[in-house]
Design a protein around this ligand. Structure first.
Ligand code: AMP
Length: 279
């Protein structure tokens, strides 16, 4: 695996790469969820590129940019073992040199749910991904279903801007107790770690109620009841899987989405629903 830290070297090296070229963007502190994306890419692509870049643009003031988990010691060997050919790990001033001034505005989709709680977040995500696509020029972009709204926002950005890349969405990898793997799980203390799987249970309870034919309002009440009483819910909702527009009752495909705080740690998760309610 070759480690590249500059845009110029990445573009020079990847210009002649064997295709199809698969690309897995990450913020590092890698876990099995990230590596599942790499393995999917490895299975179908001649060249696999991963990036590790903690993108300052997608963190708001008061968010966890400074303390975001980082693991530069172990990330490269994990990526190499999973089959990555090139790791692009630029410094912040390589991506945003002095004078950088162009941003991707993703419109109203960037202002709901995660975007409502984190203003400017998806603008930062879309901006860095468009830059990374221009640097790496992949044929296939691998994204996790774990960040479902991010995946929907980026698919729209790619379609709206005619970026010549295909998007592959990889199912969420979970711990045995159902907790979705996330770099932020490292923030949880033992008591919070024990409560955190109730976010997944809340999503399952909501989905089960919807699949029995419940209206969203009642399904969400059932979901909240499954959540640890010490967690604080930011949202628990049902949305159209393609547009992320809220739904009143189940129409497939849809996502049940949730975000909750366990102490200071904010976790998000979702379930994809493809089965219609029983009639
Ligand atoms: P991050 O490093 O959190 O920005 O994540 C990088 C990519 O990995 C994103 O496309 C995420 O959706 C994906 N990802 C993160 N956690 C998981 C997981 N548990 N299962 C599958 N994909 C994941």
């Amino acid at each position: 695996m070759e480690l590249v830290t500059t845009v110029a070297r990445a573009q020079e090296l990847l210009h002649a790469a064997r295709r199809p070229l698969g690309f897995v963007p990450t913020m590092g502190a890698l876990h099995e969820g990230h590596l599942a994306l790499v393995r999917e890419a490895r299975a179908v692509c001649a060249t696999v590129v991963a990036s590790v870049f903690v993108n300052p643009l997608q963190f708001g003031p008061g968010e966890d940019l400074a303390t975001y988990p980082r693991d530069p010691e172990h990330d490269p060997s994990k990526l190499e073992a999973a089959g990555v050919d090139v790791l692009f790990a630029p410094a912040s001033n390589e991506m945003y040199p002095p004078g950088f001034a162009t941003f991707v505005d993703v419109g109203p989709l960037g202002e709901t749910f995660e975007g409502a709680v984190r203003p400017g977040h998806f603008r930062g995500v879309a901006t860095v991904i468009v830059k990374l696509l221009n640097i790496v020029r992949p044929d296939r972009l691998y994204l996790g279903q774990k960040d479902a709204q991010q995946a929907v926002v980026l698919q729209k950005t790619i379609a709206d801007l005619n970026a010549p890349v295909e998007v592959a969405i990889v199912p969420t990898v979970r711990e045995p107790d159902g907790l979705a793997m996330s770099s932020r799980n490292a923030y949880l203390d033992a008591a919070q770690r024990a409560q955190a799987p109730t976010l997944h249970r809340a999503l399952v309870a909501t989905r089960e109620a919807l699949e029995r034919g419940a209206q969203k309002r009642d399904a969400v009440v059932a979901g909240v009841a499954a959540l640890s009483p010490s967690a604080k819910v930011d949202y628990l909702d049902l949305v159209d899987a393609c547009t992320f527009a809220p739904l009143d009752s189940l129409q497939v495909p849809a996502f049940v989405i949730g975000a909750a705080r366990f102490g200071k740690t904010r976790l998000i998760d979702n379930l994809w629903i493809t089965t219609s309610p029983l009639t």
